[in-house]
Write a protein that binds this ligand. Structure first.
Ligand code: CMC
Length: 392
């Protein structure tokens, strides 16, 4: 029969050509369209990075203004979509709500589901970037029994998201600029990461010609897992469970034990065999935000730093090249902002939406692209004859 390369987990298979994001795992380097992530995190802002990922170049002032206006015009959700939220149990995980509501978008915005039309593809991309914060914020509001808060288009992207999450009709809510800036930076650090599991899922779903809303709903489902985007929630829960610095050695011991399934969440990466450059920025950000908010002696941050210190000196982690990844410090910032752990992965999802849609757009425009269709090594029964039920 046919001969195939066996590569479970795709550790050595390039599934596409892409000009969006570059990672050097040994150096711990991440570039978007050639620009280093730490420079972008320092000097740029989320919507500018969105433009860069989508269109390949940094925008001029006029292009940026036009882009921001286009995104801003699409932040509202069709009023009817509220029924989707209301159909869920209040204790539903917000990621479950997001998978459902984003999947339902193709039923509301069919005027941007014809993928053969470049204009419709463009509108779908803008809609997705614009509406995802509203969807995530409403999933949160629904879970705590508060009324949905409509988007405010005079606020910037990150500030508007915080407004929709934390404003209530009975009180004046002013977004803290420190928090808005920190939120914006978290969004930038999650914007894209080449062919990770959820992005590959979006590409694979989209390769059949499925519409972009359906394809991204598939990506959200994939992101949810604790080995991927779900790690930020799992990591903070782990840090809380460790509780105090004194308990760290016990958990390090468990992580090293082959017979114990426990892993240090927020540690290790398929591609980075060095510090995840996003984790470096996130660590500085965590310090800065807690300082600016006047939160001193944060026990979780103390545990995180000490855990990192001990692990980086431990032979097991050094040998296996396990370093903190993006999910290690993000939860500490999000918690300080007032988010429950269940909202960490939805925030990852809304930030990654631009990466998914940029990669999807690139794929649709690529003449080499075919439907994604992996093969297998068959290990089942050889050909045999059917036996009647009374003969079995
Ligand atoms: N704690 C303890 N041991 C680990 C860890 C960890 N976090 N990560 C990997 N190892 C060990 C693993 O047991 C294996 O050992 P051995 O070779 O003796 O069997 C070795 O290191 C290689 O691990 P792997 O699972 O084969 O590597 P992978 O590339 O398939 O997995 C990973 C990468 C990120 C899924 C994994 O490191 C992990 O589960 N980390 C914890 C979850 C996490 O933080 N995920 C977030 C990833 S970054 C952002 C994102 O995608 O959201």
């Amino acid at each position: 029969g046919d001969v195939f390369t066996f590569d479970p987990g795709f550790t050595s298979t390039a599934s596409c050509q892409s000009s969006i994001t570059y990672i050097d795992g040994d150096l711990g380097e991440l570039l978007h369209r050639g620009y280093p992530i730490d420079e972008l995190a320092d000097k740029s802002h989320y919507l500018e990075v969105c433009y860069l990922l989508l269109y390949g170049e940094l925008p001029t002032a006029a292009q940026l203004e036009d882009f921001e206006t286009r995104v801003t015009r699409h932040t509202m959700l069709h009023e009817q979509m509220q029924y989707f939220f209301r159909g869920f149990r209040r204790d539903a995980h917000p990621m479950a709500i997001m998978v459902g509501v984003v999947g339902a978008m193709s039923a509301f915005y069919h005027d941007s589901t014809d993928i053969s039309d470049p204009w419709q593809r463009e509108v779908a991309a803008i809609r997705m970037i614009a509406k995802m914060p509203t969807i995530a914020a409403w999933a949160y509001k629904y879970s705590i029994g508060q009324p949905f808060v409509y988007p405010r288009n005079n606020l910037d992207y990150a500030a508007n998201f915080l407004h929709m999450c934390f404003a209530v009709p009975s009180e004046e809510y002013v977004v803290d600029p420190i928090l808005a800036k920190a939120m914006d930076r978290i969004m930038m650090l999650h914007a894209d990461h080449e062919q990770n599991a959820s992005t590959s899922t979006v590409r694979l779903a989209g390769s059949s010609g499925a519409n972009p809303f359906a394809s991204i709903a598939a990506g959200i489902a994939c992101l949810w897992g604790p080995a991927h985007g779900g790690a930020n929630q799992a990591c903070l829960e782990m840090l809380r469970q460790i509780g105090t610095v004194d308990n760290i050695p016990e958990y390090i011991k468990r992580a090293k034990d082959k017979d114990d399934p426990f892993r240090l969440m927020g540690f290790g990466h398929r591609v980075y065999k060095n510090f995840d450059p996003r984790a470096k920025v996130m660590k500085e950000s965590a310090d800065e935000v807690l300082n600016l908010l006047g939160i001193e002696d944060n026990e979780t941050l103390k545990v995180a730093k000490e855990l990192e210190r001990i692990a980086l000196e431990d032979e097991f982690f050094v040998e296996k090249k396990l370093y903190p990844n993006v999910d290690f410090y993000s939860g500490i910032i999000l918690e300080a902002m007032g988010f429950p752990t269940s909202m960490f992965t939805p925030i990852f999802a809304l930030s990654r939406t631009v990466g998914w849609i940029s990669q999807w757009k690139e794929m649709i425009g690529d003449p080499q692209q075919k439907i994604g269709r992996p093969r297998q090594l068959y290990t089942g029964a050889p050909r045999r004859s059917y036996s009647e039920v009374e003969d079995r």
